[in-house]
Design a binder for this molecule. Structure first.
Ligand code: B12
Length: 213
């Protein structure tokens, strides 16, 4: 019997942490895998609250509540996704660019990378180009992942790429970008190596970039 967990999507959209967590546990018990739970139910909930926000039917506190519910669910799912991967395909530095506080998608991408055998250095939110460069240098990163959810902050990505160039690091690190307002053509325009629209395709792309696919 296929069980639907639409109440999980609703709990996320309505910002109800306890109900969301309860429903995640039920979904796991019913045999759904963490990735399905995220892509078929949790992300839909975030999209619904985003839609309500753009229609003026929800406000910033509602976004925060949904974000909190989403994070609570990801905390349960993360350890289940990481597992016992012994290979290391490479090192990934990931962060949300300066001025931008959105981290749910970025953390999801980070978790997927970890779960798929990459070493991840998550430098957080509101990250300046100096901090990105320091992390790339210090960790000898293979990939730098930049995330932005705002049209006003996505432009900062170009500054990070230019700063990598100035620091002499551009040739040794691949730059991947992502976040709702971005696109393939924007990636080309700013000189990034790749754009992908979601966490699953990010892993595939990263492996291709490093020649380990
Ligand atoms: C939750 C949320 C918030 C929360 C964030 C909580 C948190 N800890 O992250 C809070 C309340 C803080 C917030 C604040 C604001 N927000 Co907001 N927020 C959202 C919302 C509803 C959901 C974002 C989200 O988490 N989505 C779920 C995740 C899983 O998806 P995702 O982030 O897109 O990530 C996926 C992909 O994009 C991709 N990806 C992401 N990063 C990367 C990186 C790489 C390298 C790769 C390869 C892929 C990748 O993979 C991820 C997984 O598949 C969106 C609406 C939306 N539909 O996007 C608005 C939205 C992004 N916010 C918006 C706005 C306007 C704001 C505020 C300015 C509101 C205000 N007036 O104060 C502030 C800005 C604060 C700041 N300086 O950053 C607008 C942006 C409009 C624009 N085009 O610029 C949106 C689109 C809402 C809207 N419809 O108007 N927000």
């Amino acid at each position: 019997m296929i069980m639907k967990f639409d109440s999980l999507t609703t709990a996320i959209a309505d910002g109800k942490l306890e109900s969301a967590v309860e429903n995640v546990n039920l979904a796991l018990k019913a045999g759904l895998n963490p990735q399905t739970i995220i892509s078929d139910y949790l992300i839909l909930g975030m999209e619904q609250i985003g839609q309500r926000f753009s229609e003026g039917k929800a406000y910033v506190p509602n976004l925060l509540m949904s974000g909190r519910a989403m994070k609570g669910c990801l905390e349960i799912l993360r350890p289940l996704m990481i597992g016992e991967v012994s290979v290391s395909y490479g090192k990934v530095v990931i962060g949300t660019v300066k001025g931008d506080l959105h981290d749910i998608g970025k953390n999801l991408v980070a978790t997927m990378f970890e779960g798929c055998g990459f070493e991840v250095i998550n430098v957080g939110i509101d990250v300046s180009s100096d901090k990105f460069i320091e992390a790339v240098k210090e960790n000898n990163a293979d990939i730098l992942c930049l995330s932005a959810l705002l049209t006003t902050t996505m432009t900062y990505m170009e500054e990070v790429i230019k700063a990598l160039d100035v620091a002499g690091l551009r040739q040794q690190v691949k730059v991947m970008i992502g976040g709702a307002p971005l696109s393939e053509s924007f990636a080309k325009q700013i000189g990034a190596d790749a754009y992908t629209s979601d966490a699953n395709s990010a892993i595939l792309k990263a492996k291709q970039l490093l020649g380990v696919a």
